[in-house]
Structures are given as structure tokens and as C-alpha cells.
Design a protein around this ligand. Structure first.
Ligand SMILES: Cc1ncc(COP(=O)(O)O)c(C=O)c1O
Length: 384
């Protein structure tokens, strides 16, 4: 079979895009903080979207059994995880899904655990729920990040009700093993904690690594967990609005059954149909994207080592973020503004992701090698 080519349109075409990444900054600033890819869409996704447009089929989202079937197929094929399609629920996005499930099981003031540095919107979700953030930062060992079990046990013992887990982890790109997840699930069961496992980056795991869906880790995991999946990161369709929620125990399925009906219908038809096409027919494209990202994460490593300055970078196990350790530079003040004014580059400052991210920056390498090279040159210029 002919290898699928992953391409990035010319910079001038990217700049004409109307989504947030290309409108957030003036044209002379290279926009690197956003979690979207610059690649052209997978053909099956394009075809599915075009057929909706050609048929003027732009109404509300109703019944879409093809999406649940396709996710069930994908999860089985990629992760050997069996999901009964009939239990899959749809939400407009992962954020709404987590918030709506939490609303059913929490009350304002309850404690929610996160493991920083972590996707900054976890803070916003917790704020929206009027709950309290508790942090058990990831343990860091030579830039390899793992769960800090003693800190998690202490937090659980302090009365945490929900733990929002990020697996694979944004921004550090780490994966948790089956035995770590099973250990976490046992601990959660012991303290009556529910785990919301945000698995949005799961399809983007590099080939030498293994992603374990939380709910497949153990019987305890199925008892305590909800999983949130989406094709939106891996297939670059975040603006189309569709995520999926899964539970695999009687009690958690009953909670899923209590979701307001509008959680489904506020997702979009475009998102659901594109996601179904992605899961069902997009795996060859996805494999080609993972190869491309693999060469980009290595290219970034090479650029950094050739720069000869003290940036530390460990290649991620999943997804497309360069989590760059600039702690040796002891940068002071507003780091994001410094990079904009001195380097003409927008980056995500590490402290966005919690106090343990201070001294880091996050960039996105799901773009062309030219743009990645330009980004590194601009970063180096600021640091020299
Ligand atoms: C870990 C994680 N969860 C959720 C999201 C946002 O997903 P959604 O738009 O489906 O809420 C992102 C976006 O970057 C993310 O990295």
C-alpha cells in the first residue's frame, strides 16, 4: 500500500486559517502554544465532512450509532480494549464531559486532585465546579515523570472526592503503566475517590510505547473510573466539538445514565461524523502522523543539542509537545511576554500548568520542520 504523505500547507496558507491559533497573535509572531496540528486533514475525515456539506446536512446531532461502533472498533484494534458500543456517551468536548460527570457526583467545595504540571484547563474546570484544587505534583526523575503515590495517598486521605488524571500526560508527554494505573485504582477504591481519566492524547502514542486505557487496567479501575476519549487531538478536529465518555461498572454506568440529554445534543454533527470516520477509516493516516511526529520530536532534540545552550528536553512518549526545561536560565518575570517581545514567538509558559511547571516552556512540534527550526532559532535568540 502506498504510504500516506503528511503535509503542512505553506506558511502563507496557514496564516489564512481562521481558528484560534492563527488569530491570537499578530502575523510576525510565530504561534507555538496551541494544542492543534498544522497537518492537512486525513482524507476519510475530509470526505465525511464534505459529504455533509454537499448534502446541506447541517442540522443538530441526533442518534449516531456509527460513532460508538467506530470507537469500539478503534479501541479494540489499537489497545485491545473492549467497549460495548451501547454504553458510549457523547459530549461536546472532554472539558464538558468531565464537568458534567463531576456535577452528578460532587458538590461545591469538594476537593479534586490533579498532578501538576498538567493541562491548565483542569484548573478552570475545577473553578467552574466551585470545587477546591488539591495538587500531588508528578515526581520528576531526570525529566522522566511518574505518579507520586505517597503524595496521592496523602491527598486521598485528606478527603479528595475526584482525581482528574491525564493519561497520556499533557504537557510532559508521559504514559502511565498498567501496574501504576492498577495501583492508583486500588488506592482510589480504598478512599472512595472517583477517577476521571482524560485520554484525549491516547491515539498519539509513539510506536515503542504502550498506552493502557485506565478502565482496562483492573477491576478496581472499572469500579472507580470514567474515561474521556476524543478523536479531536489526533485527527485535528478540536473545533468540531465531539468527545466520548465511557464507564464500565454498574454504579458508574448509572451515573452516565443521569447525564442531562443536552450533553449529547450540544456536541456537533460535524464532530461526531468526522470522529466516526477517523476511528473507522483513519488509522493508516494516524500511523503516518505518528511517524511524522516521531521524526519531528527527534529533529527538535537535534536542533536543541546543536544550539549548544543549556535547554533540557526529553522526547515525549506521546503527543506533540516539546516540554523544554529552561530552569538553568533562571528567567524572571513574565516569560511569555519576554519571548513575544524579544523572540517574536508565542510559547506556553510552564507555570500555566501549575507551580511545578515553572522554568519550563511548552511548544508544539506538530508542524513543518521549517517552522520547528524557526521556533528553536527564535527561542535560542531570547536565551543567548
Ligand atoms: C489533556 C487535555 N484534555 C483536554 C483538552 C481539551 O479537550 P476538549 O477541547 O475536548 O475539552 C486538551 C487540549 O489540549 C488536553 O490537552
Amino acid at each position: 500500500m502506498e504510504k500516506i504523505k503528511i503535509s503542512v500547507p505553506p506558511f502563507s496558507a496557514l496564516q489564512k486559517r481562521k481558528s484560534e491559533k492563527w488569530r491570537a497573535f499578530p502575523a510576525d509572531i510565530l504561534p507555538m502554544p496551541f494544542a492543534v496540528m498544522d497537518y492537512e486533514l486525513a482524507e476519510p475525515v475530509q470526505v465525511a465532512l464534505m459529504s455533509l456539506v454537499k448534502n446541506s446536512d447541517t442540522g443538530y446531532l441526533g442518534n449516531v450509532p456509527e460513532l460508538a461502533q467506530a470507537l469500539s472498533f478503534f479501541a479494540n484494534q489499537r489497545w485491545d480494549w473492549q467497549i460495548d458500543p451501547s454504553i458510549i456517551k457523547i459530549a461536546p468536548d472532554v472539558g464538558v464531559g468531565v464537568i458534567e460527570i463531576c456535577r452528578l457526583i460532587l458538590k461545591p467545595g469538594d476537593k479534586i486532585l490533579i498532578n501538576t504540571p498538567v493541562y491548565y484547563n483542569f484548573y478552570n474546570w475545577i473553578k467552574e465546579l466551585h470545587c477546591e484544587v488539591v495538587d500531588a505534583p508528578l515526581a520528576e526523575n531526570e525529566l522522566r515523570y511518574t505518579l507520586d503515590f505517597p503524595a496521592i495517598a496523602k491527598a486521598y486521605a485528606s478527603g479528595v472526592k475526584v482525581h482528574i488524571l491525564c493519561n497520556p500526560h499533557n504537557p510532559v508527554g508521559a504514559l502511565f503503566t498498567k501496574s501504576e494505573l492498577a495501583e492508583l485504582a486500588d488506592l482510589a477504591k480504598q478512599y472512595g475517590v472517583r477517577i476521571m481519566s482524560d485520554e484525549i492524547h491516547a491515539p498519539l502514542v509513539y510506536k515503542e510505547n504502550t498506552f493502557t486505557p485506565f478502565l482496562s487496567a483492573s477491576e478496581s479501575a472499572r469500579e472507580v473510573g470514567f474515561a474521556f476519549l476524543s478523536a479531536t487531538k489526533a485527527f485535528n478536529i478540536a473545533g468540531l466539538k465531539c468527545a466520548q465518555i465511557i464507564a464500565q461498572s454498574d454504579q458508574n454506568l448509572a451515573t452516565l445514565g443521569r447525564l442531562p440529554l443536552a450533553v449529547h445534543s450540544r456536541a456537533s454533527l460535524f464532530g461526531a461524523i468526522a470522529s466516526a470516520a477517523a476511528y473507522q477509516d483513519g488509522t493508516s493516516w494516524l500511523d503516518a502522523v505518528i511517524d511524522e511526529l516521531d521524526s519531528s520530536r527527534k529533529f527538535l532534540k537535534e536542533l536543541i543539542s546543536k544550539s549548544g545552550i543549556a535547554i533540557e528536553y526529553r522526547m515525549p512518549e506521546a503527543s506533540y509537545f516539546g516540554w523544554l526545561d529552561l530552569r538553568k536560565f533562571e528567567l524572571q518575570g513574565e516569560i511569555a511576554s519576554k519571548f513575544i517581545s524579544e523572540g517574536k514567538i508565542a510559547i506556553a509558559p510552564g507555570n500555566f500548568y501549575g507551580p511545578s511547571g515553572s522554568g519550563f516552556i511548552r511548544i508544539n512540534f506538530a508542524t513543518s520542520k521549517e517552522i520547528t527550526q524557526d521556533a528553536v532559532e527564535r527561542i535560542v535568540k531570547v536565551l543567548r
